[in-house]
Ligand binder design. Structure first.
Ligand code: ALA
Length: 478
């Protein structure tokens, strides 16, 4: 097979592993909806919403949430069509293999590392900061040297910056979650369900109680006038905010990485993707509405905007519940991201683009345990030593690239293989996929130049590895 040879859908869909080496199909549609919500609601909602309101959109972040959701919805529909046709693990990587060939598939798989592995490392660093803050509230003080990376300054009350040795809480959460993922998909899904119930309940409590303390004056003006700079308020600000808030939606696509562990995937994967997207969009819009109603948008540029909003209500205990929800939220994001990454590596290794150990399934737990172990070390080390700013910015651009290629995949297959059976068939597919591509590209272009440079360098490294390892491995074993 050449660089551009597409892998036939029939070959991909019929892909089976030898007895004892297969993933187990045990996830039902609700497990998948909850997995999606688990991956989606996290740092984006609890921290970025405040910044996007204060810097870009004001109270109109509710509109920005809807625009970002629209882009995700088009991409989500495309994921559903492809997931229905190719119900095996690998997500965008596998779909790219079927539609654009090996090289593009590799590049998509490589950029998904930005979404899943780097995304989980970023979130594990935020998790550590929240855990340290909760322990402070309980009067427990961990040594500063053990809670920050050597390159991440911690600012003390007197303004001095202290550097750590290692971010131990971040390393510990990645290790614990990896151990759970190795233990089994059923156990991981059960744990995810509990966490999702905690965080969604807390978000609902915030919305319902906060609603009664909204100050309507905070909504005037609803769309603050543009300051003269593109992206600072006005409609350009709303679009910039949509690009920033896109981070809060990342993760719904992780549902498709679990295709090979889903019962009746042709029905349950679309339900998981679209169900989690719709539920999260409703929660986000209501949350943004209440947040900007409680606090004037100009005051929202703070590290913990939700805590500030809670201080405007008489329910100060809510602050604690929200912190717990944030911690729960971040935990499930790490869980589903690490799950998704291990399944993508599994698929890439099955196709021989990665070493065989990545697709080795544990004989008792039925999980790709070596892949989980390797990720534990890789992501754990990044979480322990990297500063959050260095890893956080690459997640959105890598994800948007994957979404764009998935939308292109649907378009291509509609022209090359119109006769194929599509269990989930999008109506107006060309329109939906073109709109999906356009919205994703607009969001990509709204990101700063640094993000683009990082993406180009990352893809360059990926290309070198592909040419020096992946390509050779595929040709030597075929
Ligand atoms: N959507 C995930 C979050 O907001 C990545 O944390």
């Amino acid at each position: 097979m050449g660089l551009w040879t597409r892998k036939p859908i029939s070959e991909l869909a019929a892909h089976t592993m030898p007895e004892g080496h297969a993933l187990k199909r045990i996830l039902g549609p609700w497990d998948l909806v909850l997995l999606g919500i688990g991956a989606v609601i996290g740092a984006g909602l609890f921290s970025i919403t405040g910044i996007a309101a204060a810097e870009n959109a004001g109270p109109a972040i509710t509109i920005a949430f809807l625009i970002a959701a629209l882009g995700c919805f088009f991409a989500g529909l495309c994921y559903c069509e492809l997931a229905g046709m190719i119900p095996i693990s690998g997500s965008a990587y596998t779909y790219a293999y079927a539609t654009m060939g090996e090289l593009v598939a590799w590049m998509v798989g490589w950029s998904l590392i930005l979404e899943y592995a780097l995304g989980s490392a970023t979130v594990s660093i935020s998790w550590s900061a929240y855990m340290v803050s909760m322990l402070h509230d309980l009067g427990i003080y961990l040594p500063l040297k053990l809670v920050a990376s050597p390159w991440q300054p911690i600012h003390l009350a007197d303004g001095t910056a202290v550097y750590g040795w290692i971010n131990l809480p971040s390393l510990l959460i990645v290790t614990a979650i990896s151990a759970l993922l190795i233990r089994g998909i059923k156990e991981s899904s059960f744990f995810n369900t509990i966490i999702v119930l905690i965080k969604v309940s807390a978000v609902l409590v915030f919305i319902f109680l906060g609603f009664f303390y909204i100050n309507p004056e905070n909504y005037h003006p609803f769309i603050p006038s543009n300051t003269g700079d593109y992206g600072h308020f006005g409609w350009s600000g709303i679009f910039r905010a949509a690009g920033v808030l896109f981070f809060a939606y990342i993760g719904f696509d992780a549902v498709s990485t679990a295709s090979q562990e889903a019962k009746d995937p042709q029905r349950s994967i679309p339900m998981g993707i679209l169900g989690s997207l719709v539920i999260c969009t409703i929660l986000y819009v209501l949350f943004g509405f209440v947040l900007t109603g409680l606090v004037n948008y100009k005051e929202l540029h703070v590290a913990a905007p939700v805590a500030l909003a809670v201080s405007k209500t008489p329910f100060l205990w809510l602050g604690w519940i929200i912190k717990l929800a944030v911690l729960a939220g971040l935990t499930s994001v790490i869980l589903v991201m690490l799950l998704g990454q291990s399944r993508i590596f599994y698929a890439m290794s099955r196709d021989r683009l990665l070493p065989k150990c990545f697709s080795e399934i544990h004989p008792i737990f039925h999980t790709p345990w070596r892949s989980n172990l390797i990720l534990m070390v890789f992501v754990g080390l990044i979480g322990a030593f990297a500063p959050i700013s260095a890893v956080g910015h690459m997640t959105s651009i890598g994800t948007l690239l994957a979404f764009t290629i998935v939308c292109m995949g649907v378009l291509i297959l509609r022209y090359t293989d119109p006769q194929l059976h599509r269990p989930f068939r999008i109506t107006y597919a060309p329109l939906v996929s073109i709109l999906g591509i356009l919205v994703c590209l607009v969001m990509m272009f709204s990101l700063d130049q640094d993000a683009w440079w990082r993406l180009v360098i990352w893809l360059g490294i990926g290309l070198i590895i592909y040419l020096s390892y992946g390509r050779k491995n595929v040709t030597s074993s075929s």
